[in-house]
Design a protein around this ligand. Structure first.
Ligand code: ADP
Length: 361
């Protein structure tokens, strides 16, 4: 029998299909992505790079597992992501594009849409982070099955006024190497609601931006709190953003409120990159007929008000809701992720930001 070659260019999904033990090897390296949809598009080299791991020990372990049929011992240092070598640390993370995801009201699926955009961008091999700024209803970690509190590390460059090392948060890393920071990951008691006053919320969001050891990212998506309160305003005003994505659903009320959000963004002279209509319709699995559960689409009207394109219309899909509930959203294998990413990339290109990349930390 012809054996699949194990090399840097080997596709992860194809390898696991042929050699199931490869999934265990990848998991042992902390590369839990072998089961997620991103791996369909990813080679071992790309997977290792995304997780900050050296490829040689991974290839060696995979070959050994093929020979012996089980996962060989793996050295701790080989599974520790090389975030930034301390010597190479310049004291600055470069984040090329910052894109807040905004909605007029809660419950329209803003967090799910944020996750789908992130997955779509990862499938195109971009480095992606999500700053969950929806402090009072943080749901991003749950979608990605992340529960462990964030680790804190001393800032290798900056000191506090008292000369102490500045503590920095390390982002959580999802199975497909999306970096995530959320107030839900600050304690290990997930079900304790955080009570924050408006100005504190704004402060926490700033900290999530500045006092986090983000990797150099191509995209940082910011899942904003719903509405037009202080917190989204702060983000729009104080971060160097490319533009906003507005999420809405086909409901007169949602449309009216998203209009307010669009006006706010325009008043602040920030671009709107596009509009996503979530829960747009439902396709009956038995007949294939489309039903407009919440009523006719308002997407075109909202897009006109926002002076921005419709990035995607996403149907109501119980399978996505189930994956979201189970913390396995990265297993979504839906072309809508690619559609969202492609349309967003075009919109970003159409709104070039001033050439600087923003320096943090
Ligand atoms: P928001 O962030 O706007 O408050 P969420 O993303 O948390 O909203 O979504 C609210 C609920 O609706 C979640 O349980 C989510 O899984 C579900 N949901 C969102 N979009 C869809 C969809 N297109 N199909 C099915 N369920 C969805």
């Amino acid at each position: 029998m012809l054996q699949i070659e194990i090399g840097p260019q080997t596709n992860i999904k194809a390898l696991v299909a042929e050699l199931p033990v490869a999934a265990q090897v990848m998991t042992a390296f902390g590369l839990g992505c072998s089961g997620c949809s991103v791996s369909t598009y990813e080679t071992i080299e790309q997977g290792a790079a995304a997780h900050g791991l050296r490829i040689e020990p991974i290839l060696a372990a995979l070959k050994e597992a093929r020979r012996s049929g089980s996962v060989p011992p793996i050295a701790d240092e080989d599974r520790r992501p090389a975030r930034r070598a301390p010597g190479a640390f310049s004291g600055r993370a470069k984040i090329a594009h910052v894109i807040p995801i905004m909605s007029g009201k809660g419950g329209v699926g803003k967090s799910l849409v944020t996750a789908l955009v992130a997955i779509g961008l990862r499938r195109k091999h971009y480095r992606v982070g999500i700053l969950d700024a929806d402090i009072t209803g943080p749901s991003i970690p749950k979608l990605f099955g992340l529960h462990e509190p964030l680790l804190i590390e001393a800032d290798p460059v900056n000191k506090t006024a008292q000369g102490q090392p500045q503590p920095l948060m390390l982002p959580a890393v999802s199975r497909s190497a999306i970096e995530i920071v959320s107030s839900n990951l600050l304690t290990d008691q997930e079900d304790i609601a955080m009570i924050w006053r408006g100005p504190i919320v704004a402060g926490v969001i700033r900290q999530f931006y500045e006092q986090v050891l983000w990797s150099d990212l191509d995209f940082l998506l910011v899942d904003l709190p719903p509405g037009t309160s202080d917190a989204p305003l702060t983000v729009l005003q104080s971060l160097s953003i490319d533009g906003v994505v507005l999420v809405t659903m086909p409901q007169a009320l949602a449309t009216m409120i998203v209009r307010k959000a669009a006006n706010l963004v325009h008043q602040l002279k920030r671009p709107i990159l596009g509009v996503v209509e979530n829960m747009s319709y439902f396709v009956a699995p038995d007949t294939g007929a489309r039903h407009q559960i919440f009523g006719p689409s308002y997407a075109d009207r909202v897009a006109e008000l926002a002076r921005a394109p419709v990035l995607a219309r996403i149907p109501i899909d119980p399978s996505k809701a189930a994956l979201a509930d189970e913390g396995r959203i990265e297993e979504v294998d839906d072309p809508v992720c690619d559609e969202l990413a492609e349309h967003l990339l075009s919109a970003v290109e159409a709104h070039p930001k001033a050439k600087e990349t923003i320096s943090l930390v």
